[in-house]
Design a protein around this ligand. Sequence first.
Ligand SMILES: Nc1nc2c(ncn2[C@@H]2O[C@H](COP(=O)(O)OP(=O)(O)OP(=O)(O)O)[C@@H](O)[C@H]2O)c(=O)[nH]1
Ligand SMILES: [Mg+2]
Length: 198
Amino acid sequence: MAAPLPIRFLRSYVAVDDLPHVHAELALMGRSNVGKSSLLNALAQHKGLAKTSKTPGATRLMNAFEVGPSDSGRWLMDLPGYGYAKVSKAEQRTWADMLTRYVEERENMVGVLLLIDGEVGPTNLDLQTVEWLEHLERPIQFVATKADKVRPSRSQKRRTELTGKLGVEKRDVRWVSAEKGAGIPELRSLVQDMLGLT
Ligand SMILES: Nc1nc2c(ncn2[C@@H]2O[C@H](COP(=O)(O)OP(=O)(O)OP(=O)(O)O)[C@@H](O)[C@H]2O)c(=O)[nH]1
Ligand SMILES: [Mg+2]
């Protein structure tokens, strides 16, 4: 089982044009509050590495993290979530534009960890995001978050529903709990593989 990943915060970026060339990059995407920053912290076993919050909209910039040895050029990018209604239309548009440009233009992106709330299931915005990423031929790894919030008696039904809505096989979705640690070692191995760190 994979040990916690060495992950360091590099800096925040406001504009896609400011991002440097890197060797390989994996993006954390999903709706606001789905648990992207918490997952990053769990991969590193370092609470507080990425800012998390009960209130959606905790991550407002593109936060770059380096994985592996220093200057590895292997990045995990913690992105602002989508679908957060409580900010102004103008701010929502700015985020949407940023995410769009990021996904369309970023070179050496090896894939997207697309987080889906395991308790809520895929929303319409999640499904639109899947379509869009597929259209751009960006590889998607589905990650269902907050597994600890799904009651064991409902777990099988919930898994079937979630994969059904996404139109994928059960094996295509990794279930994790950043809170309890379930599925985290396996995801560490996957992230290392995707970033070419093994
Ligand atoms: N029970 C439970 N709660 C979780 C888990 N992962 C995240 N949360 C909670 O969900 C809330 C949002 O988590 P974040 O990691 O900040 O979510 P985010 O996707 O980064 O949100 P934005 O930055 O707003 O896009 C926090 O209150 C977390 O404690 C989990 O595995 N289990
Ligand atoms: Mg966040």
